[in-house]
Design a binder for this molecule. Structure first.
Ligand SMILES: N[C@H](CCC[C@H](N)C(=O)O)C(=O)O
Length: 278
């Protein structure tokens, strides 16, 4: 089977984008891992699948698979690439679309300057909605990791995030703590681990060790979760510039019950074909 794909990225968080409308796709987890493999396949952090919607109030269905082959609920940088892909590939002419994800609808809009703004939906905090093992929703939770007691905030942007404040993202032990937090038993579906350095009330630096992908150059839902956590902790005021290793995102949030708005770039790198007959 020959598979057509488009390689894209959002601030260096890179994707293999597959048109599941004009080619019928039923990829196994092993095939997904092959596509994501940076030596034996194409290489990416996530695979994004464009499909027809299953609900009448959506224009498209958006499925996301981590490099480890697992399907997940949401991907912010991918959402920006999604709308650029469907517009550039002629799948739609509208520049603002409604997209069905595993956890509700998101609304990406392709701006005139080429940036993309996405209504990422309303963040959730109840432990059962993360999911996270805890008695109640509190702004901070204590997470025992090895000999350390980490102060974390938990946020769901559809996908789970554990965010902690650090003095410097440059010296934060992301490589050591990231995998331990990702696989912590209090997160039944694992978790994305965010390390946030507050620069001032309107800007942070952020690194994210992503569930199922490892540290990425940027994480869109991680940026949303970090800003929401910082606002809840009284450390940040919306809007916030989030500086990742891949570049800057603008995140705005008006508080509980309101959606998170994310703005940033979406880049197409190349298109190609690959054989799955191995
Ligand atoms: N690793 C994430 C999915 C991709 C999120 C990230 N790439 C983004 O831009 O939001 C998870 O397992 O929930």
């Amino acid at each position: 089977m020959i598979l057509r794909f488009t390689k894209m990225h959002g601030l260096g968080n890179d994707f293999v984008v597959l048109d599941g409308i004009r080619q019928s796709l039923a990829l196994t987890s092993a095939q997904l891992r092959f596509l994501a493999d940076r030596r034996f396949g194409i290489g990416c952090d996530q695979i994004l699948l464009v499909e027809r919607p299953t609900r009448p109030d959506a224009d498209f269905r958006y499925r996301i698979f981590n490099a480890d082959g697992g399907e997940v609920e949401q991907c912010g940088n991918g959402a920006r690439c999604f709308v650029r892909f469907v517009v550039d590939s002629g799948l739609c002419t509208a520049r603002e679309i409604v997209v069905e994800t595993q956890r509700g609808l998101i609304r990406p809009r392709l701006e005139a300057d080429g940036n993309v703004t996405v209504d990422m939906g309303i963040p959730r905090f109840a432990p059962a909605e993360i999911p996270f093992v805890a008695d109640a929703d509190t702004v901070l939770h204590t997470l025992a990791v090895g000999e350390q007691a980490l102060a974390i905030s938990v946020v769901s942007m559809g996908n789970p995030h554990a965010v902690q404040c650090v003095d410097s993202v440059d010296t934060a032990p992301v490589e050591v703590l990231g995998p331990l937090i990702e696989a912590h038993p209090r997160f039944p579906l694992r978790v994305n681990a965010g390390f946030m350095q507050c620069v001032d009330r309107h800007s942070i630096r952020l690194r994210v060790y992503e569930r199922g992908a490892g540290e990425t150059l940027a994480c869109g839902t991680g940026a949303c979760a970090a800003v929401v956590a910082g606002v809840r902790r009284g450390l940040l005021d919306s809007p916030v510039r989030v500086t990742t290793r891949g570049g800057d995102l603008r995140i705005a949030w008006d508080g509980p019950g309101h959606p998170v708005l994310m703005s940033g770039p979406a880049t197409t790198v190349f298109t190609g074909e690959i054989s799955l007959d191995h």
